[in-house]
Design a protein around this ligand. Structure first.
Ligand code: FAD
Length: 413
């Protein structure tokens, strides 16, 4: 069996290793287009903060690891897939035949149509190469303007502040981390950032960037921000263009079933590129975080090796550390139509809890400053535990959720 994996990030690497375990005799090629050993983007902020060296980002530290596992690392770019002939066309001019194909090409940062993004001093923060260039420009004390305060934007922000940057953030949403936090929670994170000296401009856009000695960003509202460095973190889009004409059904990403198989038998997808079916919500969604990429990779690889493994109901779970303020959201944290919810806000102590119920079941939650017992929230949501009389109690006293868990979930178990 010839297994080919396109993309050598966490999803590709874990899939290759899983295949090697399950199919000792098969051939495995792992194709990646970056001029680096396989590495983790998640580790890049630690490199920016100086906590690790570049080698610390590498997914496997032993240089002989892939050779020993008989995984062929191919440095090339796949330009096209012929799903009938089961053949890949490579940018170098060659071809690669496969029996089973895994698409693990991840995503790339969105490039908003803002004049000036091509100027020196304007950076993305997505690849090792990006971080090398960024570190050369963003010296301690540099004025940094960051576009975007989403999940990855907040992680980058923390690394920049640790490096001693003086930071201004422009976010077009009405709050920070709008895809992960309720309006109140997003506002509390913003207050926290303010207190730490990060200037956050919400509901604002960068209209253009010019270089006049320094970088000068004109804002859509008419204001102006001068900076030494601009960082763009405006969301991501899947790397699916090379699949055009292959017959693989794509939406925003590669649409896969519960076995991570695409619409074309024998072609699978995992990681940031995959639009996976979520049994919990009944919807397809991209879950662009590394643990999801790795879980999906294991499932895809098992099916490529002839096993029959399907995804577990996947609970959306986001955890963010914003300069020491821990926030998390679970499941359908935004609530459901016809559902009921409760919010507990303690601005002085930077604590917040929102619970969302559908009937007598907890379907989502958002927390700030609460790290203990949040496993109970996960257990209640994932287990779809009927709360019975605890539903009313939690709406009145939401902090009693650990008790509700003990009474309803553990007792039932
Ligand atoms: C700064 C930063 C911080 C992050 N922090 C976190 C975090 O704290 N927690 C978390 O869970 N997630 C985090 N993430 C997200 C996480 O890194 C991704 O979810 C993860 O990398 C997805 O893995 P993947 O293997 O699907 O894709 P990727 O890691 O993107 O790997 C895909 C690889 O495929 C290559 N490729 C693409 N197209 C082709 C082609 N046609 N031919 C050959 N190769 C190709 C790409 O160049 C890339 O090397 C962070 C991301 C960034 C950028």
């Amino acid at each position: 069996m010839k297994h080919v994996i396109v993309g050598n990030g966490p999803a590709g690497v874990v899939a290759a290793e899983t295949l090697r375990k399950l199919d000792p005799a098969g051939s495995i090629a792992l194709v990646g287009d970056e001029p680096e050993p396989p590495y983790s983007r998640m580790a890049l902020p630690y490199l920016m903060m100086g906590h690790i060296a570049e080698s610390g980002t590498h997914l496997r530290k032993d240089p002989e690891h892939f050779r020993r596992q008989r995984i062929d690392l191919v440095r090339d770019r796949v330009d096209a897939v012929d799903a009938v002939a089961r053949r890949l066309r490579l940018a170098s001019g060659g071809t690669l035949d496969y029996d089973r194909l895994l698409v693990a090409t991840g995503a790339r940062p969105v490039r908003p149509p803002i004049p000036g993004l091509e100027l020196p001093g304007v950076h993305f923060c997505w690849t090792l190469a990006d971080v090398r260039a960024l570190l050369a420009d963003a010296k301690p004390g540099a004025r940094v303007l960051q576009l975007g305060a989403g999940f990855i934007g907040c992680i980058i922000m923390e690394a920049l502040v640790t490096r001693g940057a003086r930071l201004t953030i422009v976010e077009m949403g009405d709050r920070m981390v709008p895809r992960m936090m309720t309006p109140v929670a997003g506002a509390m994170i913003r207050d926290w950032c303010d207190a730490k000296g990060v200037r956050v401009l919400l509901g604002e856009r960068i209209a253009s960037i010019r270089r006049e000695g320094e970088l000068r960003a004109e804002l859509a509202s008419g204001g102006r921000v001068d900076a030494d460095v601009v960082i763009v973190s405006a969301g991501v889009q899947s790397n699916i263009e090379f699949l055009r004409g292959s017959g693989v059904d794509c939406g925003a990403g590669v649409r896969v079933d519960e076995a991570m198989q695409s619409s074309v038998p024998g072609i699978f997808a995992a990681g940031d590129v995959a639009e996976a079916y979520n049994q919990a919500t009944g919807e397809r969604a991209m879950n662009a975080v590394q643990p999801a990429a790795v879980d999906q990779a294991r499932i895809a690889a098992a099916n490529m090796a002839g096993r029959h493994v399907t995804t577990r109901p996947e609970l959306t779970l986001n955890v963010l550390d914003t300069m020491g303020l821990i926030s998390s959201s679970f499941g359908r944290w935004w609530g459901v139509p016809g559902g009921r919810g409760v919010e507990l806000v303690d601005r002085a102590r930077h604590r917040y809890l929102s619970l969302q119920l559908d009937g007598d079941r907890l379907v989502g939650a958002t927390c700030i400053g609460l790290t203990e017992h949040v496993g109970a929230l996960r257990g209640l949501i994932e287990g779809r535990v009927p709360l019975g009389p605890w539903a009313e109690r939690l709406l009145a006293e939401p902090l009693r959720f650990p008790e509700a868990y003990l009474a309803r979930a553990q007792a039932a178990a």
